[in-house]
Design a protein around this ligand. Structure first.
Ligand code: 5GP
Length: 140
């Protein structure tokens, strides 16, 4: 598979607001979140999506999702969250390195329930940093 922006984030070649890391996975904030706290969990082992990911890599990713989603919900004072994987261009996949979206949902805000296409909230690096710090603190 081709190198992607997420490969560069894993190798620390470009910056990201990383909220969690272990030997097999990395979790960082989506640069263009659909809601505050929108986080992406990626395997370090390369794969494009659910079609070619190894069972071991998938298990590691979902363990990380299970571990950090409650902390994201708590840190962001969210009321619920979506777990979402886009597989293929027609399904809205833009970055061809497997990633699981964790998208907090809020009673009070008019966020789209389930975006068919692109996440849609512009935020500043400072806002992202503040959110990441809340999640890291809750996870610690
Ligand atoms: P997909 O549409 O492939 O399921 O989701 C890709 C996600 O990656 C999008 O929500 C997009 O905002 C996010 N994204 C794209 N480029 C970057 C980047 O350079 N850094 C971060 N943190 N997220 C990115």
């Amino acid at each position: 598979m081709k190198d992607t922006i997420f490969g560069k984030i894993i190798r620390r070649e470009i910056p990201a607001e990383i909220v969690y890391e272990d030997d097999e996975t990395l979790a960082f904030l989506d640069i263009m979140p659909n809601s505050p706290g929108h986080t992406l969990v990626v395997p370090k082992e390369p794969s494009e999506n659910m079609l070619d990911i190894s069972e071991g890599s998938l298990l590691s990713v979902m363990k990380t999702v299970k571990k950090i989603a409650p902390a994201i919900k708590t840190a962001m004072e969210a009321d619920g969250f979506n777990i979402l994987v886009n597989n293929g261009t027609e399904a809205g996949q833009q970055v061809f390195h497997t990633h699981v979206h964790i998208i907090p949902r809020y009673k009070s805000a008019a966020f789209q329930k389930f975006p068919p296409g692109k996440p849609n909230v512009k935020v500043t690096p400072e806002e992202l940093a503040e959110v990441a710090e809340k999640i890291r603190t809750t996870l610690a």
